[in-house]
Structure formats: C-alpha cells, structure tokens
Design a protein around this ligand. Structure first.
Ligand SMILES: Cc1cc2nc3c(=O)[nH]c(=O)nc-3n(C[C@H](O)[C@H](O)[C@H](O)COP(=O)(O)OP(=O)(O)OC[C@H]3O[C@@H](n4cnc5c(N)ncnc54)[C@H](O)[C@@H]3O)c2cc1C
Length: 394
C-alpha cells in the first residue's frame, strides 16, 4: 500500500507531522495548484485516513494549531470543516441519500436501455473523450484512487456540463474509485458542482484557469462554458438529526468496528469501558484500502482493550460470537448517513429479539459542529474558532 495516501494510524500520524509545517500560508497559496500525479505535495493527502477516522479532525486541528497561529492555518482548518459540514448537512437531510440511490437506479436502467448513453459513459470512464485534462484525471483516478480537490471540481463539472452525463452516474463512479470515498463529501460535492446545493449556483470548468492551475500542462478545448445549473423538482427536506443509540456504560460489551471510525480506542468515554470482544465484519470493508485500514484498527483495539479481536464474514457472524462470550451489548462509533449505516441498521432491527442491544458513541467534534451544518458553509465557518475553543482546541 502506498503511504502517500495513509491507511494505518502510524502512516497517517507521520503524514500529518510531515505536512504540518506546510498547512499555513503555503497551503493557502498553493492548495489549488494541481502539479500532477505523485506531485500533490501542497495538499495533505490525509482524506483516506480522515474519512475512516484513522485520525480525527480534532487531532489534525490540534497539531496544525500547535504549528501555526489560527490566522495562518485558517484555510486548512476550513477545509477540514468542509468535510464536517457535508457530514452534518447530510445528517440534517438524510432523505437525500435515498433519493440519490433511487435516481442512480433510474440512470443505470437508462444505461442498460440506451446504446448511445452506454457509449458516452464508456468513453468518459475509460478516459477517451479527447479532453486532455479530463482524460488525464480519469487515468490518475483509476491508477491511484485519488484526485486533487480542484481537479475533482473540474472533472465533475466537465462530466455534467460538457459531456452531458447524469451527475449521479459520475458520483457513483468516483464513489467506487476514490480511496477516500465518503457518502456525504462525494454525493454533496457532486450536487454542489451541479448547482443543486445552492439552487442555481453551479460550478463551470474554465479552460484558462485549468491551464494556469496545471502550470500549462493542459489546454482543454470544447468545454461548455455557458451551461445552466441542473434543477430538481423538490427541495431536500430537513429533519432533526438522528440521536445516537443509547448504551449502558457499566455493562461489559462487544465492540463493532466499521469504516466510519477506526480509532475508537482514543475516544474518551469508550476507552475506559470494559470491552470483551472486538469484531469487524468483512462485508463492511469491501475494498483493499478498507481492509488494510480495518486490520490496523483491529490490532490497535486489541492492544488497547486486551481482548480477542478479529474479522467475521458479515454482520450475521456478530451475535453468535457475542453469545459465546456472554455479551449482550454491542457498541460502535456513531453511524452517519451512508451505506455502512444502511447495512448496520438493517441488521440491528433483528437484534432485540435475540436480547442484544446496540449502542453508538458519538464524537464530541460532531456533537459540537453538526448543529451549524444546516445552512450555508459560512454559517459554520464564521464560528470555527469559537467552536474549536469550546473543545479546548486553540
Ligand atoms: C466531486 C467531488 C467529490 C468529492 N468526493 C470526496 C469523497 O468521496 N471523500 C472525501 O473525503 N472528499 C471528497 N471530496 C473533497 C475533497 O476533494 C477531498 O477531501 C480532498 O481532495 C482530499 O485531499 P487532501 O486530503 O489532500 O485534502 P487537503 O486539501 O489536504 O484537505 C485536508 C482535509 O480536509 C478535507 N477536505 C478538503 N477539501 C474538502 C472538500 N472540498 N470537501 C470535503 N472535505 C474536504 C479532507 O478531509 C482533507 O483530507 C470531493 C470533492 C469533489 C469536488
């Protein structure tokens, strides 16, 4: 595995420490330049680790603020908070996830039925459109599982507005290939580019900017620079975010490891609890990257709680193992909207009949920041220093 996109805690901490000095003014000035595959030194490449909480947002901000004053680090910390914003926003609009999935199914049906659509999709995902930057970034994504943020914006914009392909099919493709694939950041960033997040405000790729920010490596022609935003018939409905499932802190418990939080041994309340068994269901870790990160998390958790830890094939394997260890309570990190939550909730609905309860531990970071993720990003951004101070991160 390539440590450039760290998937173990040791690699992630090393990467964070190596990057910290660059996270101030240098990041602010250089973060939008795409210097090319294997040359993304101006950005942290921590997203695969942050997405799985191999390291947490709080830890990253602490290290960065030990190295820089807030003013210099503001841009980098704001980017960390974009991740939080998308997570929190999806928690407040959970039906968007199901809506996206049903729209994707309709697109996939169209893909099956229409030969010209099939052809256009195939040309795009194999990087044969003739648009130099787009084809290059497609290859980079397929080879490395990573694209620079600004390149993701251009790629998604060209997909939607120049190639005329449905954003849902693009989001599905990147979700399957990004090493940091995240239901909230991926789906909502695609909606943002399309002009659905802030209705009517879309992102159009600009050939001149592409030439400048790739230092002349690309001069794309034929981009649609006059397209209008995508619209939708119904606005997403907002609802109060789901509360974590409660648990009894005095009961010995099993720990369910999922890719939503792979450093639970560092979560204050949970770290002190009596954990008698640690399990990771393989089906929740579908990719090689997930598997590598999951293995590292299992080893750390086993060392911390000093108990048996290992893989089970799927969630159905959890109850028998718990019964064998005479444990009735299972704990896990909070499950944000996405496919992991869908799978675990489906499984959890059958647990009561077996006398087992499932509880979730929510991170302070999410508790403090998510309430400000219901409106535009500025609503959160303007409060970041105050919210960090509330958590003792200064
Ligand atoms: C169409 C599209 C799809 C995306 N899909 C994903 C995804 O599936 N998973 C994912 O983690 N990010 C996604 N992003 C956001 C962003 O591109 C990546 O987080 C970033 O490129 C990761 O590289 P880095 O770690 O070097 O970022 P840095 O620039 O070093 O930023 C530090 C951290 O801040 C967070 N961050 C930075 N920019 C953003 C952003 N715009 N939105 C959310 N978080 C951000 C990431 O956790 C990142 O690791 C997407 C962006 C777009 C435009």
């Amino acid at each position: 595995m390539n440590p450039t996109f760290p998937l173990t805690r040791t690699d992630a901490l090393n990467r964070l420490n190596a990057f910290a000095s660059k996270a101030g003014v240098a990041y602010r000035n250089q973060r939008n330049y795409d210097f090319g595959s294997q040359r993304h030194e101006s950005v942290s490449r921590l997203s695969a680790a942050l997405r799985r909480r191999i390291i947490t947002e709080a830890e990253v901000c602490r290290v960065i603020l030990d190295t820089h004053n807030y003013k210099d680090a503001e841009q980098f910390i704001a980017e960390i908070c974009w991740r939080t914003y998308w997570k929190g926003w999806l928690e407040h609009h959970p039906t968007l996830w199901t809506r996206y999935q049903s729209e994707l199914s309709s697109c996939q049906m169209m893909h099956q039925q229409q030969a010209d659509f099939r052809e256009a999709y195939k040309t795009a995902i194999s990087g044969k459109t003739g648009i130099d930057c787009f084809d290059h970034w497609t290859q980079e994504l397929l080879e490395t599982g990573y694209l620079h943020n600004w390149a993701r914006m251009q790629w998604a914009s060209i997909w939607i507005f120049t190639l005329g392909l449905p954003w849902q099919m693009g989001a599905d493709f990147t979700y399957r290939h990004f090493r940091d694939a995240d239901p909230a950041s991926n789906t909502l960033s695609w909606r943002w580019v399309a002009g659905l997040h802030t209705a009517g405000k879309h992102y159009l790729a600009d050939p001149e900017k592409i030439r400048t920010l790739t230092q002349g490596r690309f001069t794309p022609t034929g981009l649609n620079t006059a397209a209008t935003a995508i619209s939708e018939a119904t606005k997403p409905t907002q609802s109060p975010p789901r509360q974590p499932m409660p648990f009894n802190a005095s009961l010995p418990s099993a720990l369910l490891i999922t890719p939503e939080d792979l450093s639970l041994e560092n979560e204050g309340s949970l770290a002190e609890m009596e954990i008698g068994l640690i399990l990771a269901p393989s089906t929740l870790f579908p990719t090689l990257a997930d598997r590598r990160a999951g293995e590292d998390a299992l080893q750390r958790a086993a060392a911390h709680w000093r108990c048996e830890a290992g893989w089970v094939d799927d969630l159905a394997g959890v109850q028998p193992a718990m019964k064998k260890h005479q444990l009735d309570q299972c704990l896990t990190g909070f499950l944000p909207v996405g496919d992991t939550r869908d799978a675990v909730m489906c499984w959890a609905s059958k647990l009561t009949a077996e006398g087992i309860t499932l509880g979730e531990v929510q991170r302070q970071w999410d508790l403090v920041l998510w309430p400000y993720c219901q409106k535009g990003f500025f609503h959160l951004k303007s409060r970041i220093p105050q919210l960090l101070a509330q958590m003792g991160i200064e």
